[in-house]
Design a protein around this ligand. Structure first.
Ligand code: SF4
Ligand code: MG
Length: 315
């Protein structure tokens, strides 16, 4: 709720603060129990920072993160550790996130050890159980990360996230580094796990096609802000924000009759240290008006939980 993460920019010999990067600038949304919420946008739009702030892997500058009724921002020590068991993260690059010198058993057992859960024998048993759950075998336990393919390593990353029986998983581009043929296997696994274990996902992606089939709702971010949020089918059927429309026009449609006009955006994403005035998308928008350059559009519900921040939809 009203989540912000600002980074100071320092300069000169005295390291004086000369500006600020608004990586996440007043973002609010709700993830419902059992759903998959897709968070989409180009790199640098603040989606990973948002996801990490939810787990307090990054401390937000301000705002609230309410999990099951508790604002976790104020939590410290034991209370924070307990809360963290409920929320885990799966990273984009499974190789970088697994310690190459540890075998799989040691890697998977670690969260249990850190939280003081189970005897060594029980932890061993849990590791073997979870390897099976993610489609690997207990004999993989004694192997090392480099002995696995990218897809298998991501299965290990998912198993590690599941060790503590979390309720929420933040998946930060979990399939972006994988071959297309492997992507769908990992996505299918994640969907099976969600159904079997009652998981809730915040699924971060830079590409709308990846989240299309797995998300119940999707939020689109641009330059640190949410610009559109809606139920997934509706977003794909009737995207409202010009940015969402441009992103979607780059995604091949599965319906051969749907002729979608390819919208090419002008220019690059502006620097988040010097964002445009008014609507931050105005430098690239084909519908820009004077109002857009001066007045920042509110993020409003235009009906049925479809939110958009754009002057085109002001009643
Ligand atoms: Fe484009 Fe104006 Fe809407 Fe911004 S507010 S997306 S510039 S039409
Ligand atoms: Mg990222």
């Amino acid at each position: 709720k009203n989540l912000k993460k600002y980074y100071p920019i320092t300069g000169g010999v005295f390291g004086k603060e000369v500006g600020v990067v608004k990586a996440v600038d007043d973002v609010s949304f709700t993830v419902k129990r059992g759903e998959t919420f897709g968070l989409v946008g180009e790199s640098g739009c603040g989606k990973s920072t948002t996801g990490r702030s939810l787990l307090r892997l990054i401390e937000p500058t301000s705002g609230e993160v309410v999990f099951d009724g508790t604002d976790i921002i104020g939590l410290q020590g034991e209370a924070l550790r307990k809360m963290r068991r409920n929320m885990q993260i799966v990273f984009q690059d499974p190789f970088a996130s697994l310690n190459p010198r540890h075998n799989i058993e040691k890697i998977l057992e670690e969260p249990l050890r850190v939280h003081g859960i189970g005897s060594p024998a029980e932890r061993k048993e849990r590791v073997r159980e979870l390897l099976e759950v993610v489609g690997l075998s207990s004999y993989h336990a004694t192997r090392y990360p480099h002995q696995f393919s990218g897809g298998q390593r991501q299965r290990i990353g998912i198993a590690r996230a599941l060790m503590l029986n979390p309720k929420l998983i933040v998946a930060d581009e979990p399939v972006s580094a994988l071959d297309v043929s492997i992507q769908s296997q990992v996505l299918n696994l994640m969907q099976d796990l969600q159904r079997d274990l009652g998981l809730t996902y915040l699924f971060i992606a830079h590409d709308l096609s990846v989240v299309r089939h797995i998300s119940d709702r999707v939020g689109v971010m641009y330059l640190g802000r949410l610009v559109e949020l809606s139920r997934s089918e509706e977003l794909y059927r009737q995207p409202l924000h010009p940015y969402t429309r441009a992103l979607l026009s780059a995604v091949p449609s599965p319906d051969p009759d749907a002729v979608r006009e390819r919208i090419i955006l002008q220019g690059d994403v502006p620097s988040p240290s010097n964002p445009p005035t008014g609507c931050t998308f105005h430098t690239r928008c084909p519908h820009v008006t004077d109002e857009c350059r001066q007045v920042r559009p509110d993020f409003r519900d235009v009906g049925g939980g479809h939110f958009v921040a754009c002057h085109l939809y002001n009643a």
